[in-house]
Design a protein around this ligand. Structure first.
Ligand code: C2E
Ligand code: MG
Ligand code: MG
Ligand code: MG
Length: 280
């Protein structure tokens, strides 16, 4: 990407294939192999029920263990998977593994946590998405209410499609979250049309909340907006107990971030005893 540029020119961000020094086709075939050979794994990051002080659920975050290059972040390979439509089988892997993980947590006495799964726009237009999720939940004997879908705000482009997916989900008791709320295009004008059950406030807001009263005012307003729309509010990127205290005061429902817990494998979570009250 730097070819033909002088030394003073700011570097252009590398694409995944450039960073890994392979072409896209090769990377795509490696991702395909990883899918077949269990080279993908889930990390589970806990969400705290702020009022009850208990872990209420987990977000499933996909990881790729590349044989030569080590772990590759979803920020990089999900975009590639979206470009190539591999996101559909990747998404199916994630949904399977997420359902299985919750079932294992329930079995091991971790209560009845929900699992939130990220879905890309491309998966939404793939026919049968919701039906497959329902079939998987049933196969794992999970109540449908224990599954939440997360749709990133910047991927909400086709309102009719997203609206249809949401109402199909609601017919089956599955909740839908608007992820990274506040960072995509402004959807405020359309928010009333899309009956999201959860608004996930991006970590950009929690990061500046305590240092900047205006950022705090925005978070406060979003919490109120969520209440008015009867949506649950999750704030992402909670890293300090001061932030958590502020969110509790504002009436935020769920907190997610390194303070509550980093993303971990199911094996690591199961190796510990079921969580007691947070901080206790
Ligand atoms: P996201 O859904 O907004 O997930 C939250 C990201 O923030 C995760 O990064 C998580 O590790 C990180 N994070 C959580 N708490 C903190 C914190 O306190 N501080 C900081 N600095 N970061 C925190 P991750 O796992 O790298 O995932 C990045 C994005 O990749 C996700 O953003 C999601 O959009 C996408 N993604 C992950 N898994 C999947 C998947 O299975 N399917 C699809 N379509 N996208 C996925
Ligand atoms: Mg998410
Ligand atoms: Mg997010
Ligand atoms: Mg995010």
């Amino acid at each position: 990407a730097l070819q033909g540029r002088g030394p003073d020119t700011a570097p252009v961000p590398m694409t995944t294939s450039e960073r890994l020094g392979v072409n896209k086709i090769r990377l795509e075939s490696q991702l395909r192999e990883a899918l077949a050979a269990r080279g993908l794994e889930l990390s589970l990051q806990p969400l705290l029920d702020v009022d009850r002080g208990r872990i209420a659920g987990y977000e499933a975050l996909v990881r790729w263990h590349h044989p030569e290059r080590g772990p590759i972040s979803p920020v990089e390979f999900v975009a590639l998977a979206e470009e190539t439509s591999l996101i559909v089988p990747v998404g199916e892997y994630v949904m399977d593994a997420a359902c299985e993980s919750v079932a294992r947590l329930v079995e091991a006495g971790h209560g009845h946590p929900f699992v939130a799964v990220n879905v890309s726009a491309r998966q939404l237009s793939h026919p049968g998405l919701v039906e497959r999720i329902v079939a998987r939940a049933d196969a794992a004997s999970l109540p449908r209410g224990s599954i939440k879908l997360e749709i990133t705000e910047s991927q909400v482009l086709d309102y009719d499609l997203v609206g249809q997916v949401i109402s199909l989900c609601h017919n089956h008791g599955i909740k839908v979250a608007l992820d990274d709320f506040g960072t995509g295009y402004s959807h405020l004008a359309h928010l009333h049309r899309l009956e999201f059950d959860v608004l996930k406030v991006d970590q950009a807001f929690s990061r500046h909340m305590l240092g900047d009263p205006r950022a705090m005012a925005v978070v406060e307003a979003v919490v109120q907006l969520g209440r008015a729309l009867q949506a649950e509010i999750v704030v992402e990127g909670v890293e300090t107990s001061a932030q958590l205290q502020a969110l509790r005061r504002l009436g935020c429902h769920y907190a997610q971030g390194y303070l509550i817990g980093r993303p971990r494998t199911l094996t690591d979570i199961l190796a510990e005893s079921p969580p007691g009250p947070f901080g206790g």
